[in-house]
Design a protein around this ligand. Sequence first.
Ligand code: HMG
Length: 448
Amino acid sequence: MYLCNFNYHSMTKSISGFSRLSKSKKIDWIVDTYFTNNKNAKKIIKQYWNTDEQLQSLHDEFIENTITNYYLPLGVAPNFLINGTLHTIPMAIEESSVVAAASKAAKFWLDRGGFKADVISTTKIGQVHFKYFGNKEKLISFFNELKPALFKETENITQNMVKRGGGIKDIELKDKTHKIEGYFQLHATFETLDAMGANFINSCLEQFSKTLKEKAQNYVAFDEEEKDIDVIMSILSNYVPECLVKAEVSCPISELAEGTDIDPYEFADKFVQAVQIAEVEPYRAVTHNKGVMNGIDAVVLATGNDFRAIEACVHAYASRNGSYSSLTHASVENDQFKFWIEIPLALGTVGGLTSLHPLVKLSLELLHKPTAQDLMKIVAVAGLAQNFAALRSLTTTGIQKGHMKMHLKNILNQFQATEEEKTKLLEQFKDQVVTHSAVVEAIEKLRS
Ligand code: HMG
């Protein structure tokens, strides 16, 4: 039995003890509360269960209160030549034309030397935020004595990471009292190798916090009030401007438009101007970067990484100079076209979902079991390729032509077109511009 309270303001019910109900009782409650007029609700929920019960229970346990699975298509974009190695990149995304665009850009650059990518740095960050209202000089002396103990007392957490070549790189005391009275930080940097490192970093930080408080209690130079350091929280930062990767493509301008009737010099010029606009105009930069993230998020998801952390970090990085700006850059010099991205990406290829989700494992296998640094390069390249494809369309044909061409099947599905109708209409729209109204008109005509 569950306890329900009717909430007259929202016209729905609240419930206590929901988390302790069985999956089927949770579904009953949802259906009885929200879907009294939708007889299909339970069927839809159950339609997405996996018939393999073990696999379903694995998915049930990834999160809490699971009632079903939410599918995204997993597509692949072949022909990515990165630092001389060919890759087929897995992409999990719901939006049509993204995988096609990535594939088209990959194929284009395959014949022009491919993508070059380099990891610039791999430093992650975590902070203990605390309050101290005493004498600052005493705090600095205390910190200098404390620092070796911070390393020592986290040895049980760090020893395996250290053996592999990672661990805590440094710990600094940061004075933030100009922002909030009494606010200081232990600002620590970490090398977490192939792990994204969130658990490792947070465990170290929580131990730092304990050590900080305990040692302060016994620090003889502190007076009684100074001993009571107030730790507010200990948590990693998802902002990792020093976990940075660069990817680029370049070719002689004359090779930019082979096989098309576009003038390569005009194209290069317009392309560079389009990037310049995104560098200075935040309204454009957001859409420009959304196009970059089409590629990045899709690979991040397919490889079981945390796309919210990546998104939050990337957009903070895009604003690092005080105004939101483009993540990619382009230049034309000495008849050479160059297009590049420099982006912070804290990714993992071990831990988390990487060894749990069968499709994540498969995606990583498809990518030749990359190290975290390899994956940083692949993800940055996917973002750059995506942006190249979008800008190429935007500065030549316009985006709608290709996008709607890919979206055509979705429109046909919306109208429950039969296989026969689909074949006829796909053929018809091969030489006709796809718009929603043109497709609707064509379906109606066919059906009449
Ligand atoms: P197209 O020239 O009509 O394609 O481009 P094509 O039929 O000539 O095929 C060329 C290649 O494209 C193919 O080579 C594939 O690699 C790929 P092939 O396999 O034949 O050797 N390709 C496909 N791959 C898989 N399935 C397909 C498929 N079709 C082509 N069905 C295309 C069509 C859509 C690729 C092109 O117009 C394009 O790149 N458009 C850009 C699309 C885009 O950026 N979409 C993202 C969504 S829009 C958005 O959210 C972001 C945006 O606002 C960002 C911004 O403003 O910067 C645009």
